[in-house]
Design a protein around this ligand. Structure first.
Ligand SMILES: [Mn+2]
Length: 330
């Protein structure tokens, strides 16, 4: 059965308590970059990861996913230094395996990660969401590293997977590729390949392995299709959905805004039914939420009170869809 998780910093904050109080049992973790005891260890080494896992456990959570990456830009660009970067990923995967952390969420966005042109777009009742308008990007300069083609990104991804997947398989850890956000290419001269259903299928076909799969981030996938539940079934029937980001948007890849979970363009109830029907048994997290009255927009998309609403909404959907399950199982 699907389980609900929250993305929480790797040291305790009041948000940890809010998540527990809202009924969240699983955590999506970061990497322990700021552990004062790291010494000469890196955040992907065994002891820093162990201590992070222990902190989450003490907070009442089971660590289900790590959604943070060692530096990988040389790897994505195919530059010297990539083999050292890939070695850090292998170390991370081996240690996750030892600690029983089953999923690593990564992505193939080069130079910059998720991108918005506005982080305070007015939404329901004066709340704020993030938005993207490609028309505003016409004057945006290329990135410092210069253009890179989609063909090069595919080649470099194949090189990476060839090295990493055998290690992941041996460790018992699954790689869950997050789509590009927004799903457009190029942006600022940088090609973006994880931007269509066909390309995501190409990723899966590129390296057949039980460890090669995806993060079904609904906010991106719903911009690639007009029938997201069908896409969930398509990838789910292949056994390739390892992790879910449950959120919604309104618009097109070129111009969209994020929305409250209950007012976007996607049939969220039908999506939840699709996860049930494919027997998805991993975790889902709310992903981005609106910033609501009384909360800070400093970390747009991740405000605390907005998350509470999202968790409640998701728990309600889950209870409706998994009606044959007992409350204890939920
Ligand atoms: Mn996402």
């Amino acid at each position: 059965m699907i389980q609900i998780a929250e993305f929480l910093p790797c040291n305790p904050t009041p948000l940890w308590q809010l998540a527990r109080q809202a009924g969240v049992d699983y955590v999506v973790g970061e990497l322990p970059f700021d552990d004062p005891l790291n010494g000469t260890d890196a955040p992907w080494d065994y002891l820093p990861l162990l201590r992070m896992q222990q902190r989450y456990t003490s907070g009442g959570f089971k660590l289900a996913v790590i959604e943070a990456r060692p530096p990988l830009n040389n790897t994505k660009r195919g530059r010297p230094g990539r083999d050292a970067e890939i070695a850090t990923v292998c170390t991370l995967l081996e240690n996750m395996g030892k600690l029983g952390i089953p999923v690593w969420c990564y992505e193939w966005m080069t130079d910059f990660n998720w991108l918005r042109t506005d982080t305070s777009t007015p939404a329901r009742g004066g709340s704020m969401v993030t938005s993207y308008n490609h028309a505003l990007m016409g004057q945006a300069p290329p990135t410092a590293h210069g253009p890179i083609s989609e063909a090069a990104l595919w080649d470099n991804l194949q090189y990476f997977l060839h090295k990493v997947l055998p290690v992941a398989e041996k460790a018992g850890v699954k790689l869950a590729m997050h789509p590009d956000d927004p799903p457009l290419s190029p942006i600022r001269g940088v090609g973006r390949i994880m931007r269509s259903v066909e390309n995501v299928q190409r990723l899966l076909d590129l390296a057949p392995s039980p460890a090669n799969g995806i993060t079904l981030c609904q906010g991106n996938f719903t911009l690639m299709t007009n029938d997201l539940p069908r896409i969930i079934r398509r990838f789910g029937q292949q056994g390739k959905i390892f992790f879910v980001h449950f959120r919604d948007v309104r618009g097109t890849p070129e111009q969209f805004e994020e929305t409250w979970h209950d007012e976007g363009q996607t049939d969220m109830l039908a999506c939840m039914r699709a996860y049930r029907d494919i027997c998805f048994d991993g975790v889902l997290r709310p992903d981005h939420v609106p910033t609501v009255a009384g909360d800070s927009n400093d970390n747009a998309g991740y405000s605390a009170f907005g998350r509470l609403y999202a968790i409640g909404y998701i728990r309600g959907l889950r209870e409706a869809v998994y009606a044959n399950y007992s409350r204890e199982e939920l």
